[in-house]
Each structure stands twice: as structure tokens, then as C-alpha cells.
Design a protein around this ligand. Structure first.
Ligand code: PLP
Length: 350
């Protein structure tokens, strides 16, 4: 008998690399290539460092209020956390307590199976179809809960609101979580369904479309009862999760909707400009509704392209996993960055 027999052993999630070298083109973690709204900078300048002595507001009321005003959702239907990873982990802990497996796609955000393992939640990884679509009928069977991103990651594929609603309707006895980390890049949010279905939790983040990955701000919307259960779990775990600057700067980012929409539209425009050029170079991929494209070359192995890009100072993401080992996930950067990427790729595949 050893103390190690009683250790909770987990295989951790591998986050995308944050390289220490400067002057690289970083297209591997779907960060926003543009800065956050100018209001965030102004608010930053006004933060009083003397306040750092004091614990932050455990309810993060200022941020919750900003979210409530922006999304027109009552405050008691909003839960916030340290990035949506924190929100999602708390939701797994709170809502997925059945002996039946939770369902999520085989190709999806690679944190889901890690949380399921960590919390000892049984799960089934439901295969996407050949075109990387989620097949709604596959989610009709008995389960302990459902979660998937919309658009899905790393495929970038968007599912329709009708499809989402169909899945929720067939799963009224469990909680359905829709992870909308990338919804601002061309998709339609299912937020409007939270008052129709009390088992729906919609999760979003300021990390991608609001350019605040470094501040760790995520949120969930749902029925007030669902939110109350989440709060109870959170306050049983750690009350002061969000720090003062994150609460304040997160709230400030909602003050300028014009800037926000402009940034999203620029990223969408770059994606639409670059996509046909990638196809000309022999890359195959399904249409993306996110700030990345998930591509496979028709001739050259993904691993080889990944390494050759790296040698040229361009970092993208690749998984050594079944079905997707030939694929690269390329975040949409600035137009200049994408032009450099296209130039490097034409050398590599040319
Ligand atoms: C990036 C991402 C998240 C988590 O982002 P946070 O920075 O923790 O808010 C959650 N889900 C998906 C699908 C993501 O790609």
C-alpha cells in the first residue's frame, strides 16, 4: 500500500503553446489579433492599486450587470467565472452527476473528456459524420447530459438553431450545455432559448471575440434555478475566483459595441479572403463560422506542414489524434499575418 494508490490521477489537458520567442506569428490558440476595446485601456488606467488589498466582489456584480445590460438577460440568470474553462468545469461538477454517460462529439474541445475524467463522470464520445457534422439523432439516446460547442471546435462547423433546439427538446431530463466560445464570428446564439428550456446552459467567453484571453473572463446564461445551483457549487469551492481587474475590465469591454462588431467583422472578412486562397493551394476544409480554419492538404501530411511552418516562425495547432492527425487548426490573424502564412504555405506545398 502506498499513498499513491489514493491519488486522483488525471491526464491533463494540453493547452496551446505560449512560445517565449518574439517575432513569431502565433496562430495556435485562437486569440484575437487586435487589442481589446479602448474603454478597457481607459478603465485600466483608472484602477486603484490600493484596492488590491481588498478581496474582490464575490458576485462580480459590476461584470454581471454589464452582461445583463448587454444581453438583456436578468442578473439572476448569469453566472461568471475565470474564463469559460472555469465556468464549464463548474457546470460539469454541478450538472453531470448521473450514472449514465454524458454525450459529446468525438472531435471537439479536448477539455471535455479531461473534466469528465477528473470528476469521474462517465461519457460517450459520439462520432461526427464524415463532413464533421453533429448528427442530432445520435443525441436522442439515454444520457447523463449533453455538451458541445457551437460552432464546434476545432472543426469550425456551425449547427443551426433548429438543430440545437431539437437536441434540447430530446433531452429535457438532463442539462444541455452549448459552448458558444466562437459564436460571435458568424453564428446565431441560442441564448434566446434559455427562457423556453430550463435545462439549457449557454456558455460564452471574452477570450476570443473580445480580445481578453489574458484576463480570464467567461460566463453562462440559463434559467435562474440552474444558475443558483452553479453558484452554490462555486461558493462551496472558492468564493473569490474573479480578481478585481478582470471584473472591471471585463465590464468595460461591453461599453463599446461598435468596436466589438468591427473587430469581429474584420476577422470574418480576413477568414473569407484567405479561405479560397488556401483552397487554391490544395487545402480542403469545411466552411468555418469561427476565428480559425481547420484544414487538411490533399497531398502533404499535416505533421510535415506543421513543422515547416514552425521552422518559418509560424505556429499553428495540430492534434495527434484519430481522424484529425492530418489537419491543422489555423487561427485567423491580421491580414498581414495571414499573407505571410499564405506565402509560407505556397513555398511548403509548391
Ligand atoms: C477557448 C475555448 C474555451 C475556453 O476559453 P476561456 O479562455 O477559458 O474562456 C471554451 N470552449 C471552447 C470550445 C474554446 O475554444
Amino acid at each position: 500500500m502506498s499513498w499513491e494508490d489514493n491519488v486522483r490521477k488525471v491526464v491533463p489537458y494540453t493547452p496551446g503553446e505560449q512560445p517565449k520567442i518574439k517575432n513569431i506569428i502565433k496562430l495556435n490558440t485562437n486569440e484575437c489579433p487586435y487589442p481589446p476595446a479602448p474603454e478597457v485601456r481607459e478603465r485600466l488606467a483608472a484602477i486603484d492599486y490600493d484596492d488590491f488589498r481588498l478581496y474582490p466582489d464575490p458576485a462580480a456584480s459590476e461584470l454581471v450587470k454589464a452582461l445583463s445590460d448587454y444581453y438583456k438577460v436578468p442578473e439572476d440568470q448569469i453566472f461568471v467565472g475565470v474564463g469559460s474553462d472555469d465556468v464549464l468545469a463548474m457546470a460539469f461538477l454541478t450538472f453531470f452527476n448521473s450514472d449514465k454517460p454524458i454525450f459529446f462529439p468525438d472531435i471537439t474541445y479536448s477539455f471535455y473528456d479531461v473534466w469528465a475524467d477528473l470528476f469521474k463522470i462517465p461519457y460517450r464520445q459520439v462520432p461526427l459524420d464524415e463532413e464533421f457534422r453533429i448528427v442530432k439523432e445520435d443525441y436522442y439516446g439515454e444520457n447523463g447530459g449533453v455538451i458541445f460547442p457551437n460552432p464546434n471546435a476545432p472543426t469550425g462547423r456551425l449547427q443551426s438553431l433548429d438543430m440545437i433546439e431539437d437536441v434540447i427538446r430530446h433531452n429535457r431530463d438532463v442539462v444541455v450545455i452549448i459552448d458558444e466560445a466562437y459564436i460571435d464570428f458568424g453564428g446565431k446564439s441560442c441564448l434566446e432559448l434559455i427562457n423556453k428550456y430550463d435545462n439549457l446552459l449557454v456558455v460564452q467567453t471574452s477570450s476570443k471575440s473580445r480580445a481578453l484571453a489574458g484576463m480570464r473572463i467567461g460566463y453562462a446564461f440559463g434559467n435562474s434555478k440552474l444558475i443558483k445551483y452553479l453558484m452554490d457549487a462555486k461558493y462551496s469551492f472558492n468564493s473569490y475566483t474573479m480578481n478585481r481587474p478582470s471584473i472591471e475590465l471585463g465590464a468595460a469591454s461591453f461599453a463599446n459595441d461598435g468596436y466589438f462588431k468591427d473587430v469581429c467583422n474584420r476577422i470574418i472578412a480576413t477568414r473569407e479572403r484567405v479561405s479560397p486562397k488556401l483552397r487554391e493551394l490544395g487545402f480542403e476544409f469545411c466552411e468555418s463560422a469561427s476565428n480559425f480554419v481547420f484544414v487538411r492538404h490533399n497531398r502533404i501530411p499535416g505533421k510535415e506542414i506543421f513543422q515547416k511552418l514552425r521552422e518559418r516562425g509560424i505556429i499553428v495547432r495540430r492534434w495527434n489524434a484519430e481522424r484529425i492527425s492530418e489537419y491543422l487548426r489555423i487561427s485567423i490573424g491580421t491580414d498581414e499575418q495571414m499573407d505571410q502564412l499564405l506565402m509560407a504555405l505556397s513555398e511548403i506545398v509548391g
